[in-house]
Ligand binder design. Sequence first.
Ligand SMILES: Cc1cc2nc3c(=O)[nH]c(=O)nc-3n(C[C@H](O)[C@H](O)[C@H](O)COP(=O)(O)OP(=O)(O)OC[C@H]3O[C@@H](n4cnc5c(N)ncnc54)[C@H](O)[C@@H]3O)c2cc1C
Length: 315
Amino acid sequence: MRVEAAEAAASPGSPRWNEVRPETALADVMGGVSRREIRCLDHGFVALVDAMPRLVPQGQTADAAIVQAARVSYGQGTKKVNEDKGLIRYLLRHRHTTPFEMVEFKFHVAMPIFIARQWIRHRTANVNEYSGRYSVMPDRFYRPTVEQVRRQSRSNRQGGDELFVHAGATEAELKTAEAFVKFLEDSEAMYQRYLSLTEQGVSREMARMGLPVSLYTEWYWKCDLHNILRFLSLRMDAHAQEEIRVYARAMHDLIQPIVPVTVEAWKDYELESVRLSRLEIEALRDAARGGAGDLASENAREREEWIAKRRSLGL
Ligand SMILES: Cc1cc2nc3c(=O)[nH]c(=O)nc-3n(C[C@H](O)[C@H](O)[C@H](O)COP(=O)(O)OP(=O)(O)OC[C@H]3O[C@@H](n4cnc5c(N)ncnc54)[C@H](O)[C@@H]3O)c2cc1C
């Protein structure tokens, strides 16, 4: 490490500082581009526009910033786990989360308003959204195809799963899916009235009240890696709405090459892991002793979830 007193830069009365030049050349984690974009749905996108750290020693990834922060807290005590990959995996396994807050990503995102409403619930990000008070909303609406229309799920009250259009679809099913797409088309027709009313002097903040939630909005969204991983855990999950999962997958694909060690560890210990409750562990022990391995719970939903978990574990 080379420390230089920056005497030359300091004029009388101005602050003085020491400068440290890197031992190895630095590389841009975004490979020198100012924007990396993945298209989502029909008019949307997730674009990575900045990262911290942006510059890392050549040959390293932004995972290095996590290791650097962790070493401050562990100091010399990291001897046993001081290999970088091992340290990151240890931190994630044991939920030592603060070092992951040292990495940040900034995205520019365009998504339908009904997705933005779900997204904004993730409160730990910094957000700046397009203003429908200052500007006329652009004429962009999310409209799924007839083939993409989902039926209300029978098992999950919040979700839609089976498609109306499938190999043995009935005439009535096809008609329902078409009627839904026509319904969206009709709601988009409100846009011309919205424009006309703003032209007649109605304030933009009021005129927008008649627009549907399939309208696209956009924002800049900056978040630290710890909370991005939390966002991805929740929004890449099968319980999340398909349309927001499209965005979560795009976000994952954008950050994965920049923090590959962390993303791999997160998949191992979080995304693709299975969490067991005390009752589930007791049921497992019961099964190991040759019992039925049933969950000792009065709650039918909990019992169903245990059956699904057992199946996913191949038991
Ligand atoms: C499949 C699914 C279905 C959902 N359904 C609904 C629904 O029907 N209705 C609904 O209202 N929401 C719903 N949500 C939203 C959900 O309840 C959470 O608000 C959302 O997932 C954000 O999670 P979070 O609070 O952990 O994230 P963040 O807001 O990013 O917070 C991250 C963590 O920071 C901490 N934190 C943040 N803010 C505070 C605070 N003010 N005080 C204390 N700790 C804080 C908490 O530990 C929190 O877990 C749903 C979410 C999912 C994934």
